[in-house]
Ligand binder design. Sequence first.
Ligand code: ADP
Ligand code: MG
Length: 392
Amino acid sequence: MAWKTLDDMDLDGKRVLVRVDINVPVEEGRVTDTSRIDRIVPTIKDIVAMGGTPILLAHFGRPKGQPVPEMSLRVTLPALEAALGTSVTFVEKPSGDELAALPKGTVVLVENTRFSPMEEKNDPMMAKFLASLGDVYVNDAFSAAHRAHASTEGVAHLLPSCAGRLMAEELGALDKALGTPARPVVAVVGGAKVSTKLDLLGNLVGKVDHLVIGGGMANTFLAAQGVNVGKSLCEHDLAQTALDILDKAKAAGCEIILPRDVVVAREFKAGAANETVAPDACPADAMILDAGPATVAYISDVLDKAKTLVWNGPLGAFEITPFDAATNAAAAKAATLSKAGKLISVAGGGDTVAALNQAGAAEDFTYISTAGGAFLEWMEGKTLPGVAALEA
Ligand code: ADP
Ligand code: MG
């Protein structure tokens, strides 16, 4: 891999700009989930240990290019200080001279980068200004790497740059899953709609050996093949697109795995009366809400033979029981194989992470990406500008 890490840099006595993602949830002036803050601690501690002065750059919320008091990063200070076990100096309007005068090892947090309209426009003036604040640039925000902004992309070209610990870990895990994976590779793609995941499916059929299609989007594929899916969530207008993806898979030698049995119900609610039927036997007044046990058994067989798994999207309407059954069972199988060292498993996506947590499987997965949009763009095979800018 072509990017540098902290270990390749000389940070002694240097001001080190670190782009982090601390866009954490806040309620009544308090951070309610510190996961994102906890994950950047190793990078900051290592920079201090190497003699550098970390200057944190981050966005918070969507202030749209102007100062919005409720979106000040100041609110994250107590949580940041608690996680680091040191005090953190907050700077509203930074200047290079001021930062250079701080005692070595001071941790600095700069106000929300998106308070300036130049950030999201990746204005060269802002990149230049940011570069004047530091000697070295470290990007530790994989989750913001799909955006070419001044603090994620522009500044990287102006200073010696490298990936932080979290970024390096994420890139390493993702490369193992799709870059240079051990085969066979299985992808599981589920969720609500094909329309949001067209690029993703298109990329995967050319890269993986088996592609499991589940969730609402499986209905679109079933319908495209002439199956009546009743009142199921289904994008009938995407029938041709679905058939094109099936053709592309065939040409690439990728096995497409669609539901072999489905769980149908007449109401979208927890505990709704339901039955398991063949995929082409959904009653006209019912909807498909989950894959059935025969499908899960087949997915388990495929996973048994696989070496690598990438997963985005639940296999059913996992928020309501019992329609979380297929997602839970497949997740448990993947977790067991991963724990035994037989499978490299990487998963990401907002609802996917929630579903795997709910299934109690997340801990045993090899890597869970919390990056959301950046993870999806990576699964789509796109170059992430924030990562590309780090490449030497
Ligand atoms: P992610 O956020 O991980 O990328 P998605 O947002 O694509 O995942 O998909 C998650 C949503 O898909 C969930 O809200 C889930 O209820 C829905 N879903 C999955 N299967 C079905 C189904 N058969 N019918 C309706 N909704 C479904
Ligand atoms: Mg979602």
